[in-house]
Design a protein around this ligand. Structure first.
Ligand SMILES: *Cc1c(COP(=O)(O)O)cnc(C)c1O
Length: 369
């Protein structure tokens, strides 16, 4: 048997991404009925896909014999109208994960360095490794990005910085002024990817116009996803907004048909479904209150979150996360262990529907008893 020693060392060193367990897998493993399983593990919208998207998909099915529009004209037009940017400032991705990968491959050469935060989204480390680049992981401050330390960590060979705001898995948020300050400090040859996967969940008072910064900074890429608040995780759609030079480079290495026809049609519909977005944010706020109030009553520490999930500390020994996770799985509750983030005493819980949150909290009480 060959062990494929010729594969690049940096590829062989990659530890694969651990996704949230699918419902069907937990049903098989634990002998449970799928219908009774509650999944709060991947920050999906618990309301599922919006009706507007379902309708658009039904219409688009008729054309599935044809290739998708490689340039995504309808979707880019919708994004362009919503964010007031020209079409050639937009890159479509097979989920925003694709955007994060495109940035690493378009802007970083093997051996150069990429800056991101401790507890930053794991895909940043994976994309960095996949490009054969070196990771500069900057220690977090209060679970969040230490932006001044990140600016100070930039080296001559640094080509890319990833920032998630709010961050996953910690839910921390850097206010607009802090980010604006940071962007001013970054040298113009370093690309900043500002990953705003949870932007739609921010209260109005904290919202800021990152596209204004894109106009100001030719080295900024803003990344958005349709997987979280928009409820389209299974379809895989994300997009980037950046000035044409960066956009052109990312599009050169993008697979021509990276976003399929159904995904494009659904995304056009969902993008302006403001009623769905508003209701989803509202449901998230009350679900977050439900979870965190219960944590307080139970005396559990949690990290205040600006996303649709919350990190909760389930014990003070390093087996706590795994132990409580297993006890929850046996009760049909899927959450996300975060050992791989160096947080073995914590679990990340996606805010669900009220009944799902209740089911999780009852299971958690049993698991901790
Ligand atoms: C979920 C998530 C993404 C990626 O989601 P896609 O489904 O690939 O669009 C990107 N960044 C962060 C911080 C996330 O939590």
């Amino acid at each position: 048997m060959t062990s494929f020693q010729f594969a690049p060392e940096y590829v062989r060193a990659i530890a694969p991404y651990q996704a949230g367990k699918p419902i069907a897998e937990v049903a098989r493993e634990f002998g449970l009925d799928e219908a009774g399983i509650v999944k709060l593990a991947s920050n999906e919208n618990p309301r599922g896909m919006p009706e507007s998207a379902r309708h658009a998909i039904a219409q688009a099915v008729a054309d599935l014999g044809r290739y998708p529009d490689a340039n995504g004209f309808a979707l880019k037009t919708a994004i362009s109208a919503r964010y007031d940017v020209p079409l050639d400032w937009i890159t479509l991705g097979n989920g925003s994960n694709d955007i994060l990968e495109l940035a690493a491959h378009a802007f970083v050469q093997p051996g150069q360095s990429v800056v991101f935060s401790q507890y930053g989204f794991l895909v940043y480390a994976l994309a960095t490794q996949g490009a054969g680049a070196q990771a500069i992981e900057v220690p977090a401050r209060d679970f969040g990005h230490d932006l001044s330390a990140m600016a100070a960590a930039i080296r001559d060979d640094t080509r890319l910085i990833y920032i998630a705001n709010p961050n996953n898995p910690t839910g921390t948020f850097a206010p607009a002024e802090a980010l604006a300050d940071f962007l001013r400090q970054v040298p113009s040859h370093v690309v900043v990817v500002l990953d705003e996967a949870y932007n739609e969940y921010l209260p109005a008072a904290l919202q800021y116009e990152s596209t204004e910064w894109v106009r100001q900074y030719p080295n900024l890429v803003v990344s958005r996803t349709m997987s979280k608040a928009y409820g389209l995780a299974g379809l895989r759609v994300g997009f980037a907004i950046a000035q044409p030079v960066l956009t052109d480079l990312m599009n050169r290495i993008r697979q021509p048909f990276n976003v399929n026809s159904l995904a494009q049609a659904a995304a056009v519909a969902a993008l302006t479904d403001y009623a769905f977005l508003g209701d989803s944010a509202e449901l998230n706020r009350s679900g977050y209150e439900q979870l965190t109030q219960a944590f307080e009553v139970m005396g559990l520490d949690y990290v205040p979150s600006f996303g649709n999930f919350v990190l909760v500390k389930v014990g003070s020994d390093d087996a706590a996360g795994s132990r409580v996770n297993l006890a929850l799985l046996k009760q049909g509750i899927i959450v996300r262990p975060v050992n791989n983030y160096g947080l073995p005493q914590w679990l990340r819980i996606t805010v669900g529907l009220p009944a799902e949150n209740t089911a999780f909290l009852s299971a958690l009480k049993l698991a901790l008893a």
